[in-house]
Design a protein around this ligand. Structure first.
Ligand SMILES: C[S@@+](CC[C@H](N)C(=O)[O-])C[C@H]1O[C@@H](n2cnc3c(N)ncnc32)[C@H](O)[C@@H]1O
Length: 256
């Protein structure tokens, strides 16, 4: 496919904001509850007294959790106006979350060296210039501050990757994609929905180059496995899901 324009990318997020947010409860959607939340919070570490940036906050569940769990202040930025409208609606008046409209590839209006921590949950693969997003976050972090970000696992979510099904529609195995094809893709955001948004596949090499040129040092890499939240029913194909690394989470630090 040809490169989507910035307007097309944002129109998609605005158009699907309601449907996207409808899948989210206080702890996010199933992928966040089963794969992402626990390792994200473990990697972020203590939140008390921390001023935290949520870059690409969406409907804001993670910003609200950060505030509820003790962050001093959360600045949550997203470029899609409809997402921000829903985020504000879902956030109590007295919350320590402040929403801003803006592009994470620039973080305009945010001061240099003003955050202790930053998080970006499933956003960096959605922007055309991940290198600019990483440099912008490095700019606004204090020396010694850290960024935790999750992305689609570049090795297993390349263009063309996905499940192969048997005759009865059961998941059989995961198909590898075209790893070295660094192109934008237009995919269903979650299986079975018609929420189609754009993402940019990049190799691990490309991510590591961007991390290094932003001046970050990699501190941790996590390939989360699904974990059922307490009391949750076991999905029929849970054992097959457990075979695949769908997501990658990195913690990178700005040196002192
Ligand atoms: C997959 S959603 C993730 C949202 C949220 N972090 C979460 O975990 O629910 C991606 C979000 O990135 C936002 N986004 C896409 N491109 C952006 C950009 N250049 N700057 C800021 N936000 C952007 C979209 O509007 C959308 O809310």
């Amino acid at each position: 496919m040809t490169e989507p324009s910035r307007t097309e990318v944002l129109e998609r997020w605005n158009k699907h904001a309601e449907a996207y947010a409808a899948r989210f409860g206080p702890e996010g959607d199933p992928a966040r509850r089963m794969w992402l939340n626990r390792p994200l919070f473990e990697l972020l570490g203590p939140l008390a007294e921390r001023r935290i940036l949520d870059a690409g906050c969406g409907e804001g569940y993670l910003s609200r959790l950060l505030a509820e769990r003790g962050a001093k202040e959360v600045v949550a930025m997203d470029a899609a106006r409809e997402m921000l409208r829903l985020a504000r609606e879902r956030t109590p008046e007295n919350s320590r979350v402040e929403y801003r409209e803006g592009d994470i590839q620039a973080l305009a209006g945010l001061e240099d060296a003003s955050f202790d921590l930053a998080v970006s949950n499933m956003v960096v693969q959605d922007v055309p210039r991940h290198d600019l997003a990483l440099s912008a976050v490095a700019r606004v972090l204090k020396p010694g501050g850290a960024l935790v970000f999750s992305i689609l696992h570049p090795c297993f979510q390349a263009p063309g990757a996905g499940w192969d099904f048997d005759d009865q529609g059961r998941r059989l195995r995961w198909r590898m994609g075209r790893y070295f094809e660094e192109i934008p893709t237009e995919d269903e955001l979650a299986p079975g929905t018609d929420i189609r948004t754009f993402a940019y596949h990049r190799t691990l090499t490309n991510y590591f180059e961007a991390i290094a040129s932003a001046g970050f040092v990699v501190e941790a890499l996590v390939e989360p496995r699904p974990q059922l939240p307490p009391g949750a029913e076991r999905p029929a194909d849970y054992d097959v899901w457990k075979q695949v690394a769908l997501f990658l989470i990195l913690k990178v630090r700005k040196p002192i």
